[in-house]
Design a protein around this ligand. Structure first.
Ligand SMILES: Cc1cc2nc3c(=O)[nH]c(=O)nc-3n(C[C@H](O)[C@H](O)[C@H](O)COP(=O)(O)O)c2cc1C
Length: 380
C-alpha cells in the first residue's frame, strides 16, 4: 500500500473515531437514578431569585425555570424552598408550608417536565442566616421593626457581627423542624417534582449543626462528629419516609468550611461513606463554604471539582460538581474524566438559558435537544 493511501486510511479511521466521539459527548449522555433519567448531565444549580410573594413563586419563577428546561438542561432545580416562614433567607424567598404554594409550584414542575427536563426541588431552612435583605437591597440582617423575624440555630452563636443571636433549637424544636420538612416533602411529591435536594450546605440550618464553628450544643446533637451529623441523618430518614423509593434524593454539602477548625474534607468523606452505606441518598452535590465569614475560597474555573472528585473516588457515591464550570469543554472534561456524574451550573445558566443548546453545538452533538419551535434559529 502506498504511503498516501495508508495515510488517508489512518486519517479516515481517525476521522470516524473523532466523529463517533463527537456524536456522543459525555456531557450529553443520559444519567439514570432510580426510576428517573436525565437527558444529559447538565443541571441548573439552585439559585434564589428573591422574587416570591408570601413564599409563593411568581411568574418570574415560571418563566425563569421554564426557560432553562426549554434551553436543554437535563435537570432544572428550583431555588432553596423553605419549610417554614422563619426558615426563609429573605422575605421574598420561597416556601412549601402550605397547599397554595404547592399548587403554584406544580404548574412550574409540569412545564419543566413537558419540556424534557427533570423537575427538581431544593428544600432547606436558613436557620441563623434567615431574615436578611435581598442582594439588591443590601444583604445584611433585617431587624424585626423593618419586617425581619427572630431566627433559630443549632446554637446561640450569630453568623457574624451584627447578625441576630439565634435561639438554640430545643429537642422539641428539632422534632417540629423535621415534621415541617416531612410536610414539605409530601407537597413536593404531590407537586410532581422528581428529585429532592436537601440543603445541608452554605451555612444554613443543617450545616450549622454539622460544623463545630456553629454548633456548641451540649446534648446528643453536639460535640462528636456523630452527634453533629445526627440532625442531618434524622432529616434524611424523614425525607425518605415520604419520598417515593423510586425517586432520587440529593444532598448538597459544603465539603469544607475553608476555616481552620471547621468542617472539612475529611469530615465530608467520613459522612459520605455513611450516606453511601445507608443507601437513602443517591447523589452528593459538592459545594463549599458559607458558614463563616472568615472563609477564604480560592476561586478559579471548576474550583470545587476537586471535592466532587475526591468524594466520588473515596466513597463511591455519585456526585455533582459546581462552581465556575462555564465552558462546554470544561464541563465535558469533568464528566468524561469521571470527576462527577453531573455538572451544576449556576451563573452560566442564569446568564444564558440556552447554554446547553450552545454547548451541544460546540461539542458537535447532533440531537433533538433544540425545541421544534426554535429549530430555525439553530444556524449560528
Ligand atoms: C443569585 C444566586 C442565588 C443562589 N441561591 C442558591 C440556593 O438557593 N441554594 C443553593 O444551594 N445555592 C445557591 N446559590 C449557589 C449556586 O447554586 C452555585 O453553587 C454557585 O453560584 C456556584 O456555581 P456557579 O459558579 O456556576 O454560579 C446561589 C448562587 C447565586 C449566584
Amino acid at each position: 500500500m502506498n504511503k498516501r493511501v495508508a495515510d488517508s486510511r489512518i486519517s479516515g479511521e481517525n476521522e470516524k473515531r473523532i466523529l463517533q466521539r463527537d456524536a456522543n459527548p459525555h456531557l450529553f449522555r443520559s444519567f439514570t437514578m432510580r426510576s428517573v433519567t436525565a437527558r444529559n448531565r447538565i443541571m441548573l444549580s439552585p439559585m434564589c431569585q428573591y422574587s416570591g410573594e408570601n413564599g409563593m413563586p411568581t411568574d418570574w419563577h415560571f418563566v425563569h425555570l421554564g426557560a432553562r428546561a426549554m434551553g436543554g438542561a437535563g435537570i432544572v432545580f428550583t431555588e432553596a424552598v423553605h419549610t417554614e416562614p422563619r426558615g426563609r433567607i429573605t422575605n421574598n424567598c420561597l416556601g412549601l408550608w402550605n397547599d397554595e404554594q404547592r399548587d403554584a409550584l406544580k404548574r412550574i414542575a409540569s412545564f419543566i417536565g413537558e419540556n424534557g427536563a427533570v423537575p427538581a426541588i431544593q428544600l432547606g431552612h436558613a436557620g441563623r442566616k434567615a431574615s436578611v435583605g435581598r442582594p439588591w437591597e443590601g444583604t445584611g440582617p433585617v431587624s424585626i421593626e423593618d419586617g425581619g423575624w427572630p431566627v433559630i440555630g443549632a446554637s446561640t452563636m450569630p453568623y457574624a457581627k451584627g447578625f441576630p443571636i439565634p435561639e438554640e433549637l430545643s429537642k422539641s424544636g428539632i422534632e417540629k423542624n423535621i415534621e415541617n420538612l416531612v410536610a414539605s416533602v409530601i407537597r413536593a411529591r404531590d407537586a410532581g417534582f422528581k428529585i429532592i435536594e436537601l440543603h445541608a450546605a452554605h451555612g444554613y440550618l443543617i450545616h450549622q449543626f454539622l460544623s463545630p464553628l456553629s454548633n456548641a450544643r451540649q446534648d446528643e446533637y453536639g460535640g462528636s462528629f456523630e452527634n453533629r451529623s445526627k440532625f442531618l441523618m434524622e432529616s434524611i430518614d424523614a425525607v425518605r419516609s415520604e419520598w417515593p423509593s423510586d425517586l432520587p434524593l440529593f444532598v448538597r454539602l459544603s465539603i469544607t468550611d475553608w476555616v481552620e477548625g471547621g468542617w472539612d474534607l475529611n469530615d465530608s468523606v467520613k459522612l459520605c461513606k455513611i450516606l453511601q452505606k445507608r443507601g437513602e441518598v443517591d447523589l452528593v452535590d459538592c459545594s463549599t463554604g458559607g458558614n463563616d465569614p472568615r472563609q477564604e475560597i480560592p476561586i478559579h474555573p471548576a474550583y470545587q471539582t476537586e471535592f466532587s472528585q475526591t468524594i466520588k473516588r473515596e466513597t463511591g457515591i455519585s456526585t455533582a460538581s459546581v462552581g465556575l464550570i462555564n465552558s462546554p469543554d470544561l464541563a465535558e472534561a469533568i464528566i468524561a474524566n469521571g470527576w462527577s456524574d453531573l455538572v451544576a451550573l449556576g451563573r452560566a445558566l442564569m446568564s444564558d438559558p440556552h447554554w446547553p443548546l450552545r454547548a451541544a453545538n460546540a461539542l458537535k452533538y447532533k440531537s433533538d435537544l433544540w425545541p421544534s419551535q426554535y429549530e430555525r434559529s439553530n444556524i449560528f
